[in-house]
Design a protein around this ligand. Structure first.
Ligand code: GFB
Length: 324
């Protein structure tokens, strides 16, 4: 059932993360007054009993499942048990509890790394499970595929209204800037900023990229994802099922660029003029993962934030966070 009433109780799981926070603020700005969230200290979503107790006490009408263990290519490779195990446990607890208390709709957030490494580009939703996964993030991908499949199974077996959004690589304010665990965009913003700051002119300090810089990625500003989540929450179920019988909707911007092109844009925003070097001991990961966004477009949604604008806002947030 779609979201209509401004006082419907909406549980945003993971509301302190970059994605959950953006969703929370977007819903608040749109006039929704009855949002609930719990920090991971207050509620460990991997614990099915605690999660079930929370759902029974709160009886949310809508759930957005944005809680997940996430990270960049290196973190995925280093902590496979956490990326697979924690995400499976969170999905199992939250999706089951939502089913048991009978929520009106659950929106689950997946990731476009669920698609095969060599899927056709742009990747349509029905390329899921048509080929082998990219090895560096297979653990996370398997967990996200399982989460989507659990939603699909709940719909098929019980008629539950559960929808999965598959966002492409996300970035924005509140992102992880730790160079060991982050995704590429915040990592390169930080590296370019630190290289620029090292000398007054900054002109001769290099920035080092991981891998060849040739892989292509599509970047979605986190506020655009939040907008897409609200758009889907507010769309009637029949309309969603008509374009997405499997309950899956890609969310992207429709264009990608290489990491070598991305660093050029970031250097421009940051004002770094030094050279770019490559650390080829680090993995490239999947060569390309542009998503086919025609399902969301046919429902009437598209992303609004140009990449340069999103990078400028993210850089400003980073500067504020290191100066505060
Ligand atoms: O964003 P990223 O870590 O993850 O890396 P994925 C994207 C590309 O940027 C890879 C390159 O080719 C990296 O080698 N890269 C260059 C860098 N310099 C850097 C750097 O300093 N830091 C990082 N992190 N990358 C993730 C998955 O894949 O995408 C997750 O691991 C998830 O599971 C996420 O699906 C959306 O795009 O390769």
């Amino acid at each position: 059932m779609r979201l209509q009433s401004k006082d419907a109780k909406i549980y945003v799981a993971g509301h302190r993360g970059m994605v959950g926070r953006a969703i929370w603020h977007d819903l608040q700005d749109a006039g929704y007054t009855n949002l609930i969230g719990r920090t991971s200290d207050e509620l460990d979503l991997r614990d099915p009993h605690a999660t079930r107790d929370f759902f029974e006490a709160e009886q949310p009408d809508f759930v957005v499942l944005a809680a997940a263990r996430v990270g960049g290519i290196l973190a995925n490779n280093r902590y496979p048990a956490d990326f697979l195990g924690d995400n499976l446990a969170i999905e199992q607890s939250v999706i089951r509890a939502a089913h048991e208390v009978g929520v009106d709709r659950l929106v689950f957030l997946g990731s476009t790394c669920i698609y095969p490494k060599h899927a056709p580009q742009p990747m349509p939703e029905d390329s899921l499970l048509t080929g082998p996964l990219e090895p560096t993030n297979q653990w996370y991908a398997v967990a996200k595929i399982a989460g989507h499949k659990l939603c699909q199974a709940m719909h098929r077996q019980h008629g539950d209204d559960m929808v999965t959004l598959m966002p492409t690589n996300l970035y924005g304010p509140g992102d992880d800037f730790d160079l060991e665990t982050s995704h590429v965009l915040p990592a390169l913003l930080r590296k370019a900023h630190e290289a620029k700051s090292r000398k007054p002119s900054g002109s001769d300090v290099p920035v080092t990229l991981w891998g060849s810089g040739e892989p292509k990625r599509e970047f979605l500003y986190v506020d655009d994802l939040a907008d897409a989540v609200r758009f889907v929450l507010e769309t009637p179920e029949e309309e969603i099922r008509e374009v997405a019988p499997d309950g899956m909707l890609n969310v992207g911007v429709g264009e990608d660029l290489s990491i070598n092109e991305l660093i050029g844009l970031i250097q421009d925003v940051v004002g770094h003029e030094g050279p770019v070097e490559h650390d080829r001991s680090k993995p490239d990961g999947t060569p390309r993962k542009l998503v086919d966004t025609s399902r969301m477009e046919s429902l009437g949604w598209e992303a609004q934030t140009p990449l340069r604008t999103g990078i400028q806002r993210t850089y400003q947030w980073y500067l504020d966070s290191i100066n505060s």
